[in-house]
Write a protein that binds this ligand. Structure first.
Ligand SMILES: Nc1ncnc2c1ncn2[C@@H]1O[C@H](COP(=O)(O)OP(=O)(O)OP(=O)(O)O)[C@@H](O)[C@H]1O
Length: 765
């Protein structure tokens, strides 16, 4: 039998006299015990119940029978016959001596088991890192082996021109060599972190890192704005690890370590799951290359098991997550909000996205909860001496808020001022964005440092921008042709809807292009798999990822050569972020907008805004887009493949849709206990039959879905044949010397692309 009691009763019971205890012990000999001898377990209550007045909490005990002896009138308990007494009774000398208690039998709470395994693992890792340190004590003192290994371009120029593209994916390989990191000297980093940077071959800080790191280390709140791919992650990641080393690494005093180990030092919020995963990977890599650092990172994102994340959070040093899941875990946990409110760093990555639609509500809940706890703590009664000491220590832990993005757009301003309807894609200037961020975020300082390292343009320096005009219904054809013009280019294609992503990825696959899809209604594991496969060093060099804007922000994938906007982005900032997936960390890259005639004016305006030189007084609008021309003959020769591939794709998608609708109706009918016959249902008008709104589309879908298996096989065979032939350009079927054919190169079997025979005018872009 089990029982629950209010926590207050235990406190009263604690005041019971010694005499009473003796009585209990006497009764105990007969197996009967008092309330205080039981090993009550605290019932964990969610934080949201914390505010209920006068309620101290609940405790429970399992495996006892309740007895009410007549003499004393007090409730007594008897351990149930089949239960081990050791875990039910409080630990006393007597109990410890009981030979028959089977501890193992009762200690089997699965969570406890896992925690223990975790603890053992940690112990092992700790030993390992201590061992590593013993083996190489020089690591501690020397910043890094200063080998003469300066990278090319490492001299002169602005810092960003010096940084080489070293995406973290490269770091999966074991790093042997170290590089000269003296360029970091002025930032005042610890030798351990310098060693890590050296191992990672980050010889020079980027502009944003150079500007932000000293300010954060000096204890300031920072709003950092820098172009995409400029290294913002480490601009906050390095100071966080530096703080970790100073307080919890081997440099922290034992008192500091003990006190602080129970609470995380940083909460980093990101708008998308993929970005959160990437942040954890990047900071984790820096951590694992830093001698004496063993920071525990908890990743809290939707789509993955919540229980595991809750457990990780219990002893995390750095918490990284999306606002929805972070709030879900914090609000349903016990004491988590209070622990989290003591974080040293609150980081908002891609802050303008976090502060706008979709995430805003949960972010606000998190910010309010963290601040509410702080307020409560401030309002507590006058502190005792030791509390005063602790407060002094806590003052040094006062939270720093760090806010980063490549853009701050005016839609955010409208949103925060409560006029959310007006959708502006203008980008905010420095004073506007500061004003609104200041209003919303509870910065510690009256004026956080606003560091804008790219006041003129948010676009990366190595980025080329182009526009490809075509009819609205020709976009598929132009997309495919553009890809054919760029063999061995890793491309990221953006579309504005999930259905377009599904359709385009299948269409390209049918055309023999290794295309993957990424959108928010995919299962989380499939999402991660797509990113992983696309970014793998072993991936086909012509891989294409077709994605919604879920991939627009922050994703750092090595070697994306070209970003294609199949649909025009909805806002100027989205154009910046999408395009920023290429030309990262000093590399070069291309961004191409595929544009229908009626979109051109809007696009010119959008791009003009992005390039407006806001700092130079009156914005000077220029159109930096290069107009691209594809050889029309190539386009027309590609057309038959496209027509076939479209037919196959539409038919496959229609079949999928019909079968899932049918399944749905069948299940619904089964639940209602009625028979379902799809033909009968249609006859009775259950589905639109080609008249009225959407009827035409449905009719088309129905036709597409009605292609038989044999017809489909025929279409596929025909397409396969077309794909196996090269596209014949500039060569008259009869006169091989016609057109712009370089006969010599033809004889050598060369075209400028394995898809074409003959020379296609190169896109000088
Ligand atoms: N100091 C450095 N030297 C060389 N490479 C660096 C340095 N710092 C960061 N990088 C590389 O730059 C790439 C981009 O960094 P990061 O993802 O932090 O950019 P970001 O500014 O956050 O971009 P976005 O705005 O798109 O999120 C990373 O792959 C990283 O390897």
């Amino acid at each position: 039998m089990g029982m629950k009691r209010g926590r207050e009763s235990r406190n009263l019971a604690k005041k019971a006299s010694k005499k009473q205890r003796v009585e209990d012990t006497v009764d105990n000999a007969e197996g009967i015990v008092g309330i205080d001898d039981l090993n009550w377990q605290t019932v964990q209550l969610p934080d949201r119940l914390g505010d209920i007045g006068g309620f101290f909490g609940l405790e429970e005990i399992d495996g006892v029978d309740i007895i009410k002896p007549e003499s004393s009138g007090q409730i007594k308990f008897k351990v149930a016959a089949d239960k081990p007494t050791k875990s039910i009774l409080k630990k006393t000398e007597h109990a410890d001596e009981t030979p028959n208690d089977n501890i193992e039998e009762w200690s089997g709470f699965s969570d406890g088991e896992e925690q223990e395994v975790e603890a053992q693992k940690k112990q092992k890792t700790k030993k390992k890192s201590e061992y590593a340190k013993q083996k190489n004590p020089a690591d501690e003192k020397k910043p890094a082996a200063k080998k003469e290994q300066r990278q090319p371009n490492a001299k002169g120029g602005k810092p960003d021109e010096k940084i080489q593209s070293l995406p973290f994916t490269a770091l999966d390989e074991e790093v042997e060599d170290e590089v000269d990191v003296s360029a970091w000297d002025s930032l005042g980093l610890s030798p351990a972190l310098q060693t890590s940077l050296s191992k990672l071959k980050f010889s020079t800080p980027s502009t944003i890192q150079q500007a932000v790191i000293p300010e954060v280390l000096a204890g300031h709140d920072v709003v950092g704005k820098a172009s995409t791919g400029s290294g913002k992650t480490l601009a906050f990641g390095i100071p966080i690890l530096e703080y970790y080393l100073g307080t919890r690494g081997q440099h922290g005093t034992p008192k500091e370590k003990k006190k602080k180990e129970s609470q995380p030092i940083a909460l980093i919020l990101s708008p998308t799951r993929e970005l959160a995963h990437q942040l954890a990977k990047h900071i984790g890599t820096l951590n694992s290359h830093t001698p004496a650092a063993n920071a525990r990172i908890a990743l809290l994102t939707g789509g993955l098991a919540i229980q595991k994340q809750q457990r990780l959070l219990a002893d995390a040093d750095i918490v990284i997550g999306t606002p929805g899941r972070v709030w879900e875990i914090l609000s349903s946990g016990t004491g988590l909000i209070q622990r989290m409110s003591r974080v040293k760093y609150l980081v908002l990555d891609e802050a303008d996205r976090l502060l706008s639609d979709g995430h805003y509500k949960e972010l606000e809940e998190i910010l309010d909860a963290l601040d509410r706890k702080e307020d409560n703590e401030e309002a507590e009664d006058s502190p005792s001496e030791s509390e005063e000491d602790e407060e002094k220590e806590d003052a040094t832990v006062a939270r720093q808020t760090l806010v980063f993005s490549a853009t701050f757009h005016k839609g955010l301003q409208q949103k925060l001022s409560g006029k959310g309807k007006f959708m502006s894609s203008d980008l905010m200037n420095k004073s506007e964005s500061m004003e609104y961020l200041l209003r919303k975020l509870k910065f510690r300082e009256e004026k956080p440092k606003f560091i804008d390292v790219n006041p003129i343009s948010q676009m990366a320096q190595g980025l080329k921008e182009g526009i490809l005009e075509c009819g609205a219904i020709q976009k598929d054809l132009y997309l495919y042709t553009l890809l054919l013009y760029h063999p061995n280019h890793r491309c990221l294609v953006f579309a504005n809807s999930i259905s377009s992503v599904r359709r385009l990825s299948q269409l390209l696959q049918n055309l023999g292009i290794p295309a993957l899809a990424l959108h928010s209604s995919m299962e989380q594991k499939a999402r991660l798999r797509s990113v992983e496969r696309f970014s793998s060093p072993d991936a086909d060099p012509s891989s294409v990822l077709v994605a919604t804007d879920v991939a627009a922000r922050g994703l750092d994938i090595k070697g994306i050569d070209m970003v294609i906007h199949y649909h025009v982005p909805r806002t100027a900032d989205m154009y910046v972020h999408r395009s920023g997936r290429t030309a990262r960390a000093g590399a070069s890259g291309k961004s191409v907008l595929i544009c229908a005639p009626d979109e051109v004016v809007g696009v010119a305006r959008l791009v003009g805004k992005v390039h407006a030189q806001a700092e130079a007084g009156a914005p000077t609008k220029r159109n930096p887009l290069e107009s691209l021309e594809l050889d029309r003959r190539v386009v027309s020769r590609v057309k038959p493949r496209m027509t076939l591939a479209k037919k196959i794709t539409e038919s496959t998608l229609a079949k999928e849709k019909i079968s899932s609708e049918d399944n749905w109706l069948r299940n619904a009918a089964e639940e209602l206990g009625v028979d379902y016959d799809s033909e009968e249902f249609e006859k009775q008008g259950g589905k639109a039959k080609g008249r009225g709104r959407g009827g035409g589309r449905l009719q088309k879908e129905k036709e597409a879905g009605s292609i038989t298996k044999a017809e489909m096989a025929g279409l596929r065979a025909e397409l396969k044949q077309l794909l196996s032939k090269r596209i014949n350009i500039g060569i008259s079927e009869r006169y091989i010397t016609a057109g712009r054919v370089n006969v010599e190169s033809l004889l050598r079997g060369e075209g400028n692309n394995k898809a074409f025979i003959g020379l296609v005018d190169k896109l000088e872009f």
